[in-house]
Write a protein that binds this ligand. Structure first.
Ligand SMILES: [Zn+2]
Length: 152
């Protein structure tokens, strides 16, 4: 790519690199059901205590429902009693990206998939949960698909 190439104006990560998975909103609408589209692409929030993975203990990997990227593992899932699946860390530091969210009159840290940019939830710190990080990645069930581990 030469220096004269126009900057790509597609979705980018905060560091300016383009997202590896890019689709138009009409493509997303076609592959996601309406509730998943509302959360993943419009940064909606599923109602608390309703998501399919809130109490799930099944071992496995949680993937992005939009692009299938691996995001979280069951090893980092804990009971937060907040109404949504909660993880104390993502699967890898670069599997999610964090953005400042000033909606609803609060300053929160939004969690998005680092592969496709879809909204996953928010992360909160210093709440006193007895986890290794004292962080709570509060993630919508509808943003995730659990791939169970097949134990021998
Ligand atoms: Zn994704």
């Amino acid at each position: 790519m030469s220096a004269s190439t126009p900057a790509q104006d597609g979705p980018q990560r905060p560091d300016g690199t383009p997202l590896p998975v890019q689709r138009s909103e009409s493509e997303w609408r076609a592959i996601l059901d309406p509730q998943a589209y509302q959360v993943l692409r419009l940064a909606g929030t599923e109602r608390p205590f309703t998501g399919e993975y809130e109490h799930t203990k099944t071992r496995g990997v949680y993937r992005c429902r939009a692009c299938n990227a691996e995001l979280f593992t069951s090893d980092a899932k804990f009971d937060s009693h907040c109404g949504w699946p909660s993880f104390f860390t993502p699967l890898a530091g670069d599997s999610v990206m964090l953005l400042e969210d000033r909606s609803l009159g609060m300053v929160r840290t939004e969690v998005r998939c680092a592969s496709c940019g879809s909204h996953l939830g928010h992360v909160f710190s210093g709440e006193g949960y007895p986890t290794p990080t004292d962080q709570r990645y509060c993630i919508n069930s509808v943003s995730l698909v659990l791939e169970p581990t097949s134990d021998p």
